[in-house]
Design a protein around this ligand. Structure first.
Ligand SMILES: [Zn+2]
Length: 288
C-alpha cells in the first residue's frame, strides 16, 4: 500500500487547509522527501500532498482485501475494539435507533448494532467492501456528500475515516443534515494529533499524516467544527488500557527509550507504541 501513496505519479500538492481553506501553515515534520506534515492556524494538521483521483482509485479498489482484512490476528483485535466502541456509544442510544455508518467497510461494526435491534444502514466508498456490506444492510456506494439519502437518523458513525477526507466539512454538514434533533455523531478510532505520542514521534507516530491519511484532528478542532453546525460534545474517551492493543509496561518502556534518545540528541527509530491519548472517541449531539 505504501507504494501507492508514496509514488509521485499519484500525488498532487494541497494548496490550502482542507478544512478552513486558509493558505497559512507551518511545517511540522517531513513525511518523505518533498512531502511535509503541516499545521494550519485553525488547529488542523494536514499533509501538503494528497493522492490524485487515480491514486485514490488505486488505493481504495483493493483496500478491503489488501489492508483492512490483511491479517487474521489484526482482524480479531479490531473486532474486540469494535466491542469497546459499541459498549460506549450504545449507552446513548434509544431502542431501535436508526444508525448510519459512514465508511462501514464490510459492515462488521454495524453487526453489533443490528444484534441489539437497531436499524442499520451503511455508506462505503470502496467497491468490494460496499458489496460485501450490502449483503447484510442497505448500503450506498460512493462519495457521501453527494449521495441521495433520506434524513431521520439517531446516530451517524465515522469510525476511522476522517483522516482520509479531502473536504471534511462537506461530510460533517451532510451528517448533521441527516440527523434528527437530539441525534448523535460518533467519531472513533480517530488519531489524535494533539496526543503526546504524535508530538514526540512525529513521522514515526503510528498514525502520522501521509498523502493518504491526509488530515488530522484534535478534540478541540472537531469540537469547533461541530459547534458551527449546532452540535455539542457530550462524550469523550481516549481508549488505551481497555483496548486489546495495550501493553502498558512495555509501551511505557518504549516511550521512555524514545524520550531518552531525544534528550541525548539522538534519533528516535521505533514507531510509536499504543499509548494513552493516541486515539480519540468523541460523541457530538445535535441540539434539540
Ligand atoms: Zn485550517
Amino acid at each position: 500500500m505504501n507504494t501507492v501513496y508514496l509514488n509521485p505519479r499519484y500525488l498532487e500538492k494541497v494548496p490550502a487547509c482542507p478544512v478552513c481553506e486558509s493558505v497559512g501553515r507551518e511545517t511540522v515534520y517531513a513525511v518523505t522527501q518533498g512531502v511535509n506534515a503541516v499545521r494550519c492556524g485553525c488547529g488542523v494538521f494536514y499533509c501538503d500532498h494528497c493522492l490524485t483521483e487515480e491514486g485514490l482509485t488505486a488505493y481504495w479498489k483493493d483496500y478491503l482485501t489488501d489492508e483492512h482484512n490483511a491479517d487474521e490476528e489484526e482482524r480479531a483485535l479490531r473486532r474486540r475494539m469494535y466491542l469497546v466502541d459499541f459498549d460506549y456509544i450504545s449507552r446513548f442510544l434509544p431502542d431501535k435507533a436508526r444508525v448510519l455508518d459512514v465508511g462501514c467497510a464490510d459492515g462488521l461494526f454495524l453487526d453489533l448494532f443490528a444484534a441489539r435491534g437497531h436499524v442499520c444502514r451503511g455508506v462505503e466508498f470502496g467497491q468490494s467492501a460496499a458489496r460485501e456490506a450490502a449483503q447484510k444492510y442497505p448500503v450506498w456506494e460512493g462519495y457521501f456528500p453527494e449521495l441521495d439519502i433520506d434524513p431521520g437518523y439517531d446516530l451517524i458513525i465515522f469510525r476511522g475515516v476522517l483522516q482520509y477526507l479531502r473536504k471534511p466539512r462537506l461530510f460533517f454538514q451532510k451528517a448533521v443534515s441527516l440527523l434528527d434533533a437530539g441525534g448523535f455523531v460518533f467519531i472513533t478510532a480517530q488519531p489524535n494529533m494533539h496526543s503526546f505520542c504524535h508530538g514526540l514521534y512525529q513521522n514515526l507516530f503510528k498514525f502520522h499524516l501521509t498523502p493518504c491519511d491526509c488530515v488530522g484532528f484534535s478534540p478541540q478542532s472537531l469540537a469547533g467544527e461541530f459547534s458551527r453546525l449546532g452540535c455539542f460534545l457530550v462524550g469523550e474517551r481516549f481508549f488505551y488500557e481497555e483496548t486489546p492493543y495495550a501493553k502498558p509496561e512495555k509501551d511505557i518502556a518504549t516511550v521512555h527509550e524514545a524520550l531518552r534518545r531525544k534528550a541525548s540528541g539522538g534519533v528516535i527509530e521505533e514507531v510509536s507504541p499504543p499509548f494513552w491519548g493516541n486515539m480519540m472517541t468523541l460523541i457530538f449531539r445535535k441540539q434539540s
